[in-house]
Design a protein around this ligand. Sequence first.
Ligand code: 5GP
Length: 161
Amino acid sequence: MGYFKCEDFTCHSVGVFEGKYRFFQQQNLLTISRINVCKRVSFIKHSFVEEKTIFEKIISRDIPADIVFENDIAVVIRDINPQAPVHVLIIPKKRIDRIEMAQDGDAELLGKLLIMAKDFARSYNLTGFRLVVNNGQQAGETVPHLHIHLLSGRSMAWPPG
Ligand code: 5GP
């Protein structure tokens, strides 16, 4: 996987490639096509041995975290910088960089993550809680590994800042 920029006259896309496919945002549509469609692709970052995200290191126990729940598909950890009295992250073990990268085949996994969030809230008797998924830096994403924030224990304003 890596990042690419295409300088084809009609294309000018910037995006992410995985194997022979590339994914990019064009006119608000997620386009997926073979990487070799573009003739003049330059790779901004190209690493076949992709560096692990902080969450993959937590999942593999390379670094410690307060893991409050784990099953075969995901872990639930306490956020290191909590924004509410209860702030946990539901993190799939399968790395999907962000929700815009999810594919049809991920539908069951994504549904299960929401069920896990609901189960966590029920087991901690949380009546009001908020689930947040940040997609992209502008939305506040800092770790490129899809995760759901579950926040609770205080009243929350709307819209979120
Ligand atoms: P994002 O900003 O990508 O939506 O959320 C990433 C979250 O991961 C942030 O709330 C941040 O505090 C949390 N985080 C980042 N590094 C670590 C870490 O090493 N351990 C834990 N437990 N949380 C982390």
